[in-house]
Design a protein around this ligand. Structure first.
Ligand code: NDP
Length: 309
């Protein structure tokens, strides 16, 4: 039994070293070095090159380094019978919650406008919003959405949620399924997308949805670029129905330099940094799943292949 670490960014060595530091008796390889493919039983991955995971004949677990697994379902070379796990981590959830709170408060208090004004030496006070003025609607009441709701409530926000199934979360009216989507949207002055990217949710942030939001709503997408129809957002921000948007994720990352989001005064963009897997916090759960594999026990945080999350 052994682990292979697969990722194409500059964090490959850091994750491999950190895994080895916590599991010195386990054979752990980078996919770029020579390694015995038949020994590998667990692959810890982030945005793997296609035709990589099918090289391991005895693979028993594909572990995402993050909360999202859409990149695994997109790769048709990934063997269909192997369990997939993902990260569910309190640090990831509180980082996300802090980020969304920062975006909301920045929007309320016009902070990006003032930064632009500052660079041009313009002194121009604007009206601002208060927490009591709005209801925040969270699409996706999973590990991240639920923590965000909890923190928003602590900060005196009114919160509504939307999920696939019904659920009871203290202080939050949670709407479920397509039949309740428009009611949920009609209440959401700030709409936060925290859905997984699946066949059902691709392109969900589109004109049809924006039309259902109250006038002058603000849209925050911290889930995946594939949720948003970029042209529809531009249309609804430019026609004044939406007050603006905060976007952390994009169809193509880095966002191409010619993309209109770069220069749009009402669209705040950030380079996919809302919440990044913390090595120290995530490694114990990866190794716990490896131990469970060794002992033939059920894995933690397994993803449903049918639901794609
Ligand atoms: P979870 O799987 O815990 O939660 C997903 C939620 O979405 C659930 O409440 C689920 O409903 C709901 N949902 C799924 N499909 C639908 C649908 N068709 N209609 C309505 N609701 C639906 O995911 P997490 O909270 O852990 O993560 C959410 C996403 O956040 C990740 O998939 C990832 O893409 C993104 N992310 C972005 C980061 C960033 O830095 N920008 C960092 C980390 C994650 P139900 O509860 O009924 O199943």
């Amino acid at each position: 039994m052994a682990i292979v670490v697969i990722r194409q960014d500059n964090k490959l060595d850091a994750w491999k070293k950190a895994l080895i530091a916590k599991a010195s008796n386990t054979a752990i390889y980078s996919y770029l070095e020579d390694h015995p493919k038949e020994e590998i039983t667990m692959a810890c991955i982030w945005k793997q090159p296609s035709e990589t995971l099918n090289l391991y004949p005895n693979l028993k677990c594909i572990a995402s380094f993050g909360a999202g697994v859409d990149f695994i379902f997109k790769d048709h070379s990934v063997p269909k019978h192997i369990p997939i796990t993902r990260v569910v981590d309190p640090v990831l959830a509180s980082d996300m919650s802090e980020f969304v709170l920062a975006l909301i408060l920045g929007f309320f208090k016009n902070l990006t406008t003032y930064k632009t004004d500052q660079l041009q030496k313009i002194w121009s006070p604007q009206e601002y919003k208060r927490i009591s003025d709005v209801t925040v609607g969270i699409m996706g009441m999973g590990a991240l959405g639920e923590k965000l709701a909890e923190d928003l409530i602590k900060n005196r926000f009114r919160v509504v949620g939307w999920a696939k199934s019904k659920k009871i979360i203290p202080g939050v009216e949670v709407y479920a399924g397509n039949s309740q989507k428009n009611t949920f949207l009609s209440l959401s002055n700030i709409l936060v997308c925290l859905l997984p990217l699946t066949k059902e949710t691709t392109g969900i942030l589109n004109s049809k949805l924006f039309r259902e939001l109250p006038k002058q709503s603000y849209v925050i997408n911290v889930a995946r670029g594939g949720h948003l129809v970029d042209e529809d957002l531009l249309e609804y921000v430019n026609n004044g129905h939406l007050a603006g948007a905060g976007l952390d994720v994009f169809h193509e990352e880095p966002l191409p330099v010619e993309h209109p989001f770069w220069n749009h005064p009402k669209i705040q963009i950030t380079p996919h940094v809302a919440s990044v897997s913390d090595i120290d916090s995530v490694i114990p759960q990866l190794l716990e799943n490896y131990r469970r594999l060794e002992e033939g026990l059920p894995l933690m945080n397994e993803v449903s292949r049918e639901k794609e999350y």
